[in-house]
Design a protein around this ligand. Structure first.
Ligand code: SF4
Ligand code: SF4
Length: 137
């Protein structure tokens, strides 16, 4: 199994610092790969990244929610969305996303479709090569 980062990820990057096997890769280009991705073949399921995420975006694969009830105001980011998100990441750098949408309170979201892109990123996608074009965002 592996841990999975869902579309609740807005690239805070705090998780990357604590991964003992360095298997988390920021997606590039951001409009196609908006999240940080976990290499399923290397992740040891230690769970260290989970409490580091201020947006609670990381789950063990078999606990990715199929019916997440939004508190309201949280952002999701995904390919095809066109909303804007700006923030400051864990390292003080700027985050700008143009693939975002703010959830409404009570909205129910299925995050299980986010599992496949985490695998695709490393199988046929940019994978660890994305680190070469990492701009810190
Ligand atoms: S800490 Fe959370 S929001 Fe930040 S990059 Fe990791 S998963 Fe994404
Ligand atoms: S569960 Fe552990 S090994 Fe897997 S991505 Fe998170 S910190 Fe890294």
């Amino acid at each position: 199994m592996t841990h999975i980062i869902t579309s609740l990820c807005v690239r805070d990057r705090g998780c990357i610092d604590v991964c003992p096997v360095e298997c988390m890769v920021p997606g590039q280009p951001i409009n196609e790969w908006p999240w940080i991705y976990i290499d399923p073949d290397t992740c040891i399921d230690c769970g260290a990244c989970v409490p580091e995420c201020p947006f609670a975006a990381i789950f063990p694969e078999d606990e990715v929610p199929s019916a997440y009830t939004a508190k309201g105001g949280e952002y999701i980011s995904n390919v095809g969305l066109t909303g804007h998100f700006e923030g400051t990441n864990h390292h003080g750098g700027k985050i700008v996303l143009d693939t975002a949408r703010q959830l409404e309170a009570g909205e129910v979201v299925d995050f299980t479709p986010d599992i496949k892109p985490n695998y695709d990123f490393f199988k046929g996608g940019p994978g660890y090569g994305a680190k070469d074009s990492d701009d810190g965002m």
